[in-house]
Design a protein around this ligand. Sequence first.
Ligand code: AKG
Ligand code: FE2
Length: 371
Amino acid sequence: MFTFSSFPRPVSQNAAVPRHKITMAHSATVSIPFSHLQDKNHDLSLKIEEGFGPNGLGILSVTDVPGYSSLRRNLLHLAPRLANLPEEVKDVLEDPISRYNFGWSHGKEKLESGKLDLLKGSFYANPILDTPTTDKSLIQRYPSYCRSNIWPRSTLPELELAFKALGKLIFDVGLMVAYHCDQYVSKGMKVHKDEGLESILNRSRCHKGRLLYYFPAQQGIPGGNSMSSWCGWHTDNGSLTGLTCAIFTRDGVEVPCPDSAAGLYIRTRNDQIVKVVYGTDDIAYQIGETAEILSGGILRATPHCVQAPKGEESASVERSTFALFMQPDWDEKLNFPEEIHIHKEIIPSNASLTYGEYLEVLLDKYYYKKQ
Ligand SMILES: O=C(O)CCC(=O)C(=O)O
Ligand SMILES: [Fe+2]
């Protein structure tokens, strides 16, 4: 069985990236101080354009967010502890009905190669709402985001609070990013009141946090040397993804990353492959597919992947990080523009679907059909 974790759309690296266009630069993200972001009168459209516009990386970072540093460390250090709990404890935290989109998920997601992903373990929960709805028919229709959170209350009791605290902070800052995205987008198209990204994300019950733990990469496995050795190329289906800077550990003890080529890579709109760099205590935000749809293509979903460290020293190094997928409500109408770059083959231009219906189409196309 395959999950649709974080609702990623796999993209084939080879098909999507002509070889001659591959460059391997390390690029620092455009960064915005929290004090500027917080100020609605501060015109950040140039910064948003630099980060998310036609020549941007599709990812930017926010610096100096009060309280963030300790919340990040508290949660990320729980990832190796969770992953190393006994199998029978993790089994109880699994939720097959949601296609493993709540609780613990390991080896359930399909990779670019079509093989099951054994290299990372994920823990999914909605950090804002424990029970997004009690409507039974909705829960049956959209189990991947309408079911309830599962917490290891007796086996790792610290997880719930740490997850919710970090998730809520990244969400609140993400709404500020969304506000400034709306200001930028409104220079190119009419954004109706209540139809901007900020309003849509603010009223959604669908957000999903993912605590990620990457197991030490085994040398010599097929694909082990590829750029996407830890996580395959994909775009996120939501609107805005908040990302922490990862920590690397050996047996749970923090170590410097042994290979500067390891980490998050993105593909820019002009087909450059770039290793993304941002500060340890910055929150990075990247664009997902539904921000592209809602902005009529002014914003573009950011293709990305994760490379594992190489070399002898890397043999036992693990990576832990957290992603918050900020996504529209299942009821939210998405009006597809005439020209779209995503899922062209299954979504007709000018289509009008809810976000819930959109995800069902993708799940059925890219994963197994619901029984
Ligand atoms: O591990 C990372 O830095 C990114 C994870 C990611 O892309 C995802 O979970 O969708
Ligand atoms: Fe992703």
